[in-house]
Each structure stands twice: as structure tokens, then as C-alpha cells.
Design a binder for this molecule. Structure first.
Ligand SMILES: [Fe+2]
Ligand SMILES: [Fe+2]
Length: 328
């Protein structure tokens, strides 16, 4: 019985990681050493720095898309729902979204453990080691918060595909771009939306403290990649650029966005909404480019600008980002 349970909750990825010892302990990338110092000073405790003594009223949690950013706002099928159905739907949507964060946090913890081994500089190894405990804290805090609301939902297939590609990548530069730049920027964008959307004091504090850590994690990726990419051979740099595009496409291409929305129909069905009416109405809304452009999009607003900043969107790939509506 216990073995069956473990099989259901345990998955194996074979990773071809190269572990590098470094016997030069002197600082070489000063900005990374400074970030390491900052990380040591900004540690917090998920058990005692969150006001867990406060109760969470599910009605205060809010949906993560936030005011003005929820595609379900103003939909006719939503008006048919009772107050109880709506609040049940909100609660489940929040738990679903936070579950994606939770699994993403675990993916980040695993990836940073790999980075400690795989990066060639002591500056990078020391910094990445602080991020392992940061991500452990995030796993703890999101799991504890979700269990206040509902259950932990499974990892969505497209995010799983990205995380597995990052964890299974052979080059540490791909791990760094996939996790530190793409996934971390996505998390930052989502936390900003979440903070605006929620009236729950506990979630506000969770998001505030977590986002403070995630900002350092994005900085790590930007500082390290700005230093590393110009040193790489052209074909290897191109490989990293292609990996970034593939990673973004896994989550943000229009086809995959449709697939990502499938969970919503499961939740709508669970609360007794008319899913046929919902599908028809949402399809109509999403066929209007102005509606899509007005929705918050963390890929367009947070991920792509950072990839541009490190120089990983060139004439080789920019048209693909433009086709996905992520670049003007
Ligand atoms: Fe995190
Ligand atoms: Fe992070």
C-alpha cells in the first residue's frame, strides 16, 4: 500500500549533470558575491514570519488574475452562478493556481541544487546554495497556505514540460535561463498580480516575502547570464537562445494557452456551471485580439523583457516571439 502511494507521488528524471569542483575560492563576479551577502541577510522563517494565527476567509483570497485581469469577469455564464458557486469556484481556482506555484517552487529547489554542482564559479555555487533554502521555504509556505483553502492540485502539463526540460538539460546555462530567467520572471509577474488581487493578510505576507526572494533569483540569472553569454561559442549561445524560445513556447504559445485553460472547465463542471455556455462565450471573447491584448500577460510583461535584456532574443528568434503576441 505504502509502495503504491509512493509511486503515485514520486517521479524520476535522469539528468546528465556534470559536477564541477572549484579550487579557486576568490571572488570573480563581484555582483554575485554581493547578491550572496544580500541573500544571507534577507533570510526569513516560513514557520514564524507569516501571521498563521490569522484565519483565512476564502472569500478574501480573490482569484489570482486580479481586478480587471480575470477573463471570467463580466461573462454571462458567471452571472448564472449563485454566490456559493462563485465563491467555491474562486477558492478552487486559487488553490489550483497556488498549486502550480508550489510545484514550481519544488522544481526551483531541485534546479538550484543542480546549479550548485554544475556552475563553474565559486560565486555562482555560493549564491545558488542560498537559493536552495529560499525555495525550500517557498515550498513550505505555499503548501501550508493551500491546505487552508482546498487540496493540492496536480502540476499542469505545460509547466511540467518546462520544468522537466530545465531539470534534464545538460548545459548549466540552459538551466540558468530556463529557471532563473524564464520561470522566476513568470513567478515574479504572478506574485505581483496576486498581491493586487488578494485581501487576505496571510496571503499578502506570503507573496510579499516570497517575491522579495524571487527578485534576487531573477537578478542571479541576469547577472550570471550577462557575464556568461558573451564568453560562449556562437553555436552554444544559439542553442541557449533556442532553448529559451522553446521554453516560452511550451507555456505561452496560443495552442498551449488553450490547453492550459482546460483545468478551468474541470473546476467549472465541479461547481455545477454550464460548461458548454462557458466554452462558447470564452471562445468568442478570446477571438477578439483587443480582449487578449488587454489581459495581463506575465510572459509579455515580465519574461520577454528579461530575455531581451540578456541578449537572448535576436533576429534568429524575434519573429517567433512576435507571432506569439509577446513582442511588439
Ligand atoms: Fe521560489
Ligand atoms: Fe525562486
Amino acid at each position: 500500500m505504502q509502495q503504491a502511494q509512493e509511486t503515485a507521488t514520486l517521479e524520476e528524471i535522469i539528468t546528465p549533470i556534470k559536477t564541477l569542483w572549484k579550487f579557486d575560492y576568490e571572488p570573480h563576479i563581484k555582483a554575485l558575491r554581493d547578491l550572496y551577502e544580500k541573500a544571507k541577510k534577507e533570510q526569513w522563517n516560513a514557520a514564524s514570519d507569516i501571521p498563521w494565527q490569522l484565519e483565512t476567509n476564502p472569500a478574501d483570497v480573490g482569484v489570482i488574475a486580479g481586478p480587471g485581469g480575470d477573463p471570467l469577469d463580466g461573462c454571462n455564464f458567471m452571472a448564472e452562478l449563485s454566490d456559493e458557486q462563485r465563491s467555491e469556484l474562486d477558492k478552487r481556482r486559487s488553490a489550483w493556481t497556488l498549486s502550480q506555484m508550489l510545484h514550481g517552487e519544488q522544481g526551483a529547489m531541485l534546479c538550484c541544487g543542480q546549479l550548485v554542482e554544475a556552475v563553474p564559479d565559486m560565486d555562482g555555487k555560493l549564491y545558488a546554495s542560498t537559493q536552495v533554502i529560499d525555495e525550500a521555504r517557498h515550498v513550505e509556505v505555499f503548501h501550508r497556505y493551500i491546505t487552508r483553502l482546498d487540496q493540492v492540485y496536480p502540476l499542469m502539463p505545460s509547466l511540467k514540460q518546462l520544468l522537466n526540460a530545465v531539470l534534464g538539460a545538460e548545459m548549466w546555462q540552459k538551466k540558468c535561463i530556463g529557471m532563473q530567467v524564464i520561470a522566476e520572471s513568470l513567478a515574479m509577474g504572478s506574485f505581483k498580480m496576486m498581491k493586487k488581487a488578494t485581501n487576505d493578510e496571510v496571503l499578502k505576507q506570503v507573496v510579499e516575502l516570497t517575491a522579495q526572494d524571487e527578485a534576487r533569483h531573477v537578478s542571479f540569472g541576469l547577472i550570471y547570464m550577462k557575464d556568461e553569454l558573451p564568453r560562449m561559442a556562437e553555436d552554444e549561445r544559439d542553442e541557449v537562445e533556442d532553448f529559451a524560445l522553446a521554453g516560452v513556447s511550451m507555456l505561452a504559445s496560443p495552442e498551449n494557452q488553450v490547453k492550459n485553460g482546460e483545468f478551468l472547465f474541470t473546476l467549472l463542471a465541479e461547481v455545477g456551471a454550464d460548461t458548454d455556455a462557458a466554452a462558447a462565450e470564452l471562445q468568442q471573447k478570446y477571438s477578439d485580439p483587443a480582449f487578449v491584448a488587454a489581459l495581463p500577460n506575465p510572459f509579455r510583461d515580465y519574461v520577454v523583457p528579461q530575455l531581451e535584456r540578456v541578449g537572448l532574443i535576436t533576429e534568429r528568434t524575434e519573429s517567433s516571439y512576435r507571432e506569439m503576441g509577446l513582442l511588439n
